[in-house]
Design a binder for this molecule. Structure first.
Ligand SMILES: N[C@@H](CCC(=O)N[C@@H](CS)C(=O)NCC(=O)O)C(=O)O
Length: 291
């Protein structure tokens, strides 16, 4: 390993706005809102404020799965939150999520509306509300929740750790990339060994654990995140590949990953979702053709 780092931390850290690299615009060391703006509210019980990142996709997949099962109470408006422009720091969004990160859900079927933030908490809230995708038997439920919490604790090493230093940091730091590549490969091996004996993460049934894990680890294995499949040799994880295809083939998953998506092929981007018909009429290719 090369040793080129001459940085010596000062006694007291101070914020240099320029040190944020490509995220300098949005990252800051304080919480709270930067401007007054209310959240928009549509006609459906569920109001989702999000973006089509892996954390956002978990929730749109869940809502689409619930609708596919006939739960009309899961009808939703999905509003786009442009985190690159600081929309997560509006007073309305901070009211829905004091942590200023997508996704945030407001359930307007309760009085007053219930706010839910943290993608894992949103999945659990919806699973309990509609009695779906979470086993009711105690041991099976615990296994599902163990994997859900595994994802919430592990994915920051994949995204904030590996992804950040491999793909986004303004300089390539060998030590950081080595450390997080090792950890991500270890996590993929955890999944691969488990999926060798289990069809889905929590056993024979598809659950919120799959919905949480698939958008992150499925994306890395499919080379849809950080362009790192070759670097990490993800083709080695055969059981993860099998599960990735199994989950990815679900129609609700295919719809969910289009919602609030602002990158990729225009026909795969549905910036906002207010009606089931929007998938047929409002994708970016159709929007552009109508202009
Ligand atoms: N633990 C949170 C993480 C959410 C998160 O990191 N969201 C990112 C996008 S994927 C975000 O909103 N970033 C904006 C920011 O950091 O200001 C969850 O699972 O909901």
């Amino acid at each position: 390993m090369s040793d080129t780092n001459e940085y010596v931390p000062p006694k007291i850290w101070t914020w240099d706005k320029e040190s944020g690299g490509r995220f300098a615009n949005i990252n800051r060391p304080i919480a709270g809102s930067t401007h007054d703006k209310d959240l928009q509210v549509g006609k459906h019980p569920m109001q989702l404020y999000s973006l089509g990142t892996p954390n956002g996709v978990k929730v749109t997949v869940m809502l689409e799965e619930l609708l596919a099962k006939g739960h009309s109470g899961a009808e939703y408006d999905a509003w786009l939150v442009n985190i690159g422009e600081g929309a997560q720091f509006s007073s309305g969004f901070v009211g829905a999520n004091p942590n200023s990160k997508i996704p945030a859900l407001m359930d307007h079927s309760t009085t007053p509306p219930t706010r839910v933030f943290e993608s894992g908490s949103i999945l659990l809230y919806l699973a309990e509300k509609f009695g779906e995708f979470l086993p009711t038997e105690h041991v099976a439920r615990t296994e599902c929740l163990s994997w859900l919490f595994w994802q919430m604790g592990s994915a920051p090493y994949l995204g904030g750790g590996f992804g950040h230093f491999y793909a986004y940091a303004p300089i390539k730091i060998e030590y950081a990339i080595d450390r997080f590549a090792m950890e991500v490969k270890r996590q993929l091996d955890v999944l691969d060994r488990h999926l060798a004996d289990n069809e889905y993460m929590a056993g024979k049934d598809y659950t919120i654990a799959d919905m949480a894990i698939w958008p992150w680890y499925g994306a890395v294995v499919a080379n849809a995140a950080y362009d790192a499949a070759e670097f990490l040799q993800t083709q080695e994880y055969k059981n993860v590949q099998r599960w990735m295809d199994l989950v990815g083939d679900r129609p609700a998953v295919q719809r969910g990953r289009m919602v609030n998506r602002v990158f990729g092929a225009p026909e795969s981007q549905l910036h906002e979702r207010h009606d089931a018909s929007d998938f047929d009429t409002k994708t970016q290719d159709k929007v552009a053709a109508a202009e």
